[in-house]
Ligand binder design. Structure first.
Ligand SMILES: Nc1ncnc2c1ncn2[C@@H]1O[C@H](COP(=O)(O)OP(=O)(O)OP(=O)(O)O)[C@@H](O)[C@H]1O
Length: 226
């Protein structure tokens, strides 16, 4: 791993959060998530993994504490700016597919961001190639297989050149070869200096592929180590 890339990218200080009308609370979370590192975030159902992901993304605002992203206080970043810095792949890829065809799923968000058409098309072509989706570029995203949809979401997310990726249960529904390809991709991205947080129940997956494992229990970090 490139030592220079192991710098802190997301810093959570004293984060607490409670949903209105719910007894669940995230309590005093202090974490530094680094570029070039694969972190597994694990814990029982309802322990707060997704809530933590939403706090990092700015979808939920903490009741107290601070989120710093790439050296900037999260309060000073618009939701879309945060989305460019941190990519989030939901457990269900259907929630992230909107375009009429596969290549536009990558091209449109780039154009909205201000990338010119030629550069956006070139970037999309390279990513479709990398994710073995080139032959499907004219297809309607919603009609792809689950594994293809997931690859497309990852390709579209990476097109934004984020410093960090949060993957929520990324191995769900993938066959053995596709899981292997996903692990390989995660390792390549970490080598390129992107940080990854993988939310998963699959302890075997986490133990094999994460450099660090964070375990949540009832909204608290109870373990943070190798
Ligand atoms: N919008 C909401 N309003 C109220 N309570 C919520 C809301 N979303 C989640 N919760 C509660 O917060 C707790 C933590 O949920 P969260 O989805 O973060 O857990 P998780 O660890 O990701 O669970 P899972 O492994 O089942 O995906 C749960 O008790 C859940 O019922």
């Amino acid at each position: 791993m490139n030592g220079a890339s192991m710098e802190s990218y997301i810093k959570l200080t004293g984060i607490s959060y409670g949903y209105p009308r719910s007894r669940f609370v995230l309590k005093d979370i202090n974490l530094s998530l680094n570029r070039g590192e694969i972190v597994g975030i694990t814990g029982e159902n309802g322990s707060g993994k997704t809530t933590l992901g939403k706090i990092i993304m700015g979808i939920l605002m903490p009741d107290s504490g601070n989120v710093e992203i790439d050296g900037v206080d999260g309060k000073n970043l618009k939701l879309c700016e945060r989305g460019f810095k941190i990519g989030y792949a939901f457990q269900n890829p259907d929630r992230q597919l909107f375009a009429a065809n596969v290549q536009d799923e990558i091209i449109f968000p780039l154009e909205i961001k201000g990338v010119d058409k030629t550069t956006a098309s070139e970037r999309a072509a390279a990513l479709l190639e990398r994710f073995e989706l080139s032959h499907l570029k004219e297809r309607v995203p919603m009609r792809l297989s689950r594994g293809e949809k997931q690859r497309l979401v990852l390709a579209a997310t990476l097109a934004q050149e984020p410093g960090f990726l949060i993957l929520d249960e990324p191995a769900t529904g993938l066959d053995r070869d596709r899981k292997k390809a996903l692990y390989q991709l995660m390792e390549e991205l970490a080598q390129e200096g992107i940080g990854l947080a993988v939310i998963s129940h699959d302890l075997q997956f986490i133990e094999h592929h994460a450099n660090r494992i964070i375990r949540l229990e009832n909204g608290k970090v109870v373990d943070d180590g190798c």
